[in-house]
Design a protein around this ligand. Sequence first.
Ligand code: FAD
Length: 533
Amino acid sequence: MSQERYDYIIVGGGSAGCVLANRLSADSSHRVCLLEAGPSCKSLVVATPGAFAYFMFSKKYNWMFDSEPVTEIRNGQPVFCPQGKGLGGGSAINAMIYIRGHRSDYDHWAALGNRGWGFDDLLPYFRKNECNERGGDEYHGDSGPLQVSNCRNYYRVNEHFLKAAAEAGYPQTDDFNGPQHEGVGFYQFTIGKGKRCSAAHAYLYPVMGRQNLEVRCGAQVTRILFDGKRAVGVECRANGQSQQVYADKEVIVSSGAYNSPKLLMLSGIGERKLLDETGIDVLYDLPGVGQNLQEHVDSCVLQESLKSDGFTTSALGLLKNAAEPFRYLFGRKGKLESSITQAGGFLRTSEELDVPDVQLHFIPLLYDDSGRDLKLMSRNGYSCHVCVLRPKSKGRMTLRSSDPDDPPRIDLNFFEHPDDRKTLVDGIRLARKILAAPSFDEYRGAEISPGPDAQSDEEILARAKARLGLVYHPVGTCKMGNDELAVVDDELRVRGLERLRVVDASIMPTLIGGNTNAPVMVIAEKAADLILG
Ligand SMILES: Cc1cc2nc3c(=O)[nH]c(=O)nc-3n(C[C@H](O)[C@H](O)[C@H](O)COP(=O)(O)OP(=O)(O)OC[C@H]3O[C@@H](n4cnc5c(N)ncnc54)[C@H](O)[C@@H]3O)c2cc1C
C-alpha cells in the first residue's frame, strides 16, 4: 500500500471541491491533493449545454441515487435523486441556471448564530465568483472565473409563458439576482461562449498545471484516517488498489449532500445508534450527520400543446432538430447552445408572504421523472414545474451498510409538515392560472396533470405526489450551527474533531430559496479564506 503526503486533501471535485483546489493551491508552498471518484469530465458531452437529458441516464457522470419508496408518491416508485460524479460534480451535469436565492436566506443563517454568513458578508464572494456578460455592478461581478450569460436560442413558447404570467397578474424581472428577485423572466446560465461553465471549467482546468496541485480522478475515498480525534489522511480506492494519502494540515470533505455524511459515517462519525446498527466502530458520536435533509420538492402542470414548436422525442420532432448537433459542433449555435429550462420565476402564493415561496421552471416539453419518461415526451406539450422553496419537512440520509459501494438510504420525508403540502398545492394552482391566461390560447390542449378532474386541494395534492420530482438541491445533512444537530461550526470545522472540515451543499443549515450551484461555490470561496486564515 503506497503512502503520500500533502498539506490539504480535498475529497470530491464538485462545485465546492474545484473552488477549494484552485484557491488553496494558489500559494505554491501548499501541497494540495484533490481526490475525485468520477471521471475528468473534459468531454464534449459535458461542455454541451443541451446535453442535459443525457446525464439522467449516465452512470458514468451520475451517482443515480434513488429515494426510499413511499406508497402515495410516484405510485410507490422511488424518486430519482441524481448527483454529479466527476470533476465539476453537480455543476458538470446540472441545468446551469444561475441563481443565488433571496438575501433573507443568508440573513437567516446569520440569525441562527453563524457569524459571517449573512447576505452582505457573502455578496463580495458572489461578485468574486461571477463573470456576468451583462457587466459588473453592485450586485454582479464581471471578472470572476464563473461565466454567466443570458438565455439564447430559446423556444418561442417561453415568450408566451412570460406574457401569460403578466396577464395573470404576476410581476416580471430581468434579473433574479439583482435588486428585484421576485417575478418571472428568462434565467441566466453558467454558460460561456456556448459551452457549459462547470466549477471545473471555471476553477480547476485552468490551474491543473500547478506543480503543487495533484488531481486524481477515479479515486473513491472510503474512510478518513485519524490519529485520536485528529484527521490525518484518507484511504481511497483507485484502479482496484487501496491507497492511503496523508494530510499535514487538513482533510476537507466536499463530496456533496449525500456522499459527505456517508463518508463521515463510514469513518465512525455519526449517531452512535445508527453506526452500531451497521457495525461501524464509533469514533465520535455526532447525531446530526445525515439528518436535516432538505430538497426542493417539485411537481408540475403538464399541458398538451396544439402547436409543435416545443421539443418532442417523436420521430418528427427529432427529425426537425436533426441539424442541431451540426449547428452546435460547427459554431456553438442553435438549440444545443442552451439549457432546456429557459424561463421561470420566483413568486408568492399569498400576498401576505414577505418573500417568494415557490419557484417555477417552465419547460417547452412534457417533462416528468427527470426527463426519463420518453413516451410522455414524444407528445407535443409544455410543463410548468413548481417547487416549494423553503420546505419545513426534514428528511434524512443513512447508511445501508458499512460497504462504501452501497448507495445511501434517502428518506425525503417531503410532506411531514402541512405547510409544505399547502405551498405545493397553492403553487400548482398558481401555475395553472398562468397556463390558463390568454397568451396560451393558441397553444393550450388538454391538461395531462394534475388533470381537469383534480380541483380540490386533496385531489391536486394526490396528483402532485404521483408526479413528484426534485430540483436536485439536497442540502443540510452536515449542517453548520451550534445546536445539537449541527455537524460543523461556522468555520465549517467538524465539531469535536480536529483538522477536518466539510465544505459543500451539506453545510447549509436551511435550504436557500433558489438553485444551489452558485451558493455552493460561494460557500467554498468563503471556506478557502477561513482555511487560509
Ligand atoms: C441534475 C442536476 C441539475 C441541477 N441543476 C441546477 C441548476 O440548474 N442550477 C443550480 O444552481 N444548481 C443545480 N443543481 C444543483 C447544484 O449543481 C448542486 O447543488 C451543486 O453542484 C452541489 O455541489 P457540491 O460541491 O455540494 O457537490 P457535488 O457538486 O455533487 O460534488 C461532490 C463531488 O464529490 C465526488 N465524490 C463523492 N463521494 C466521493 C468519495 N467518496 N470520494 C471521492 N469523490 C467523491 C462526487 O463524484 C462529486 O464530483 C443541479 C444538480 C443536479 C444533480
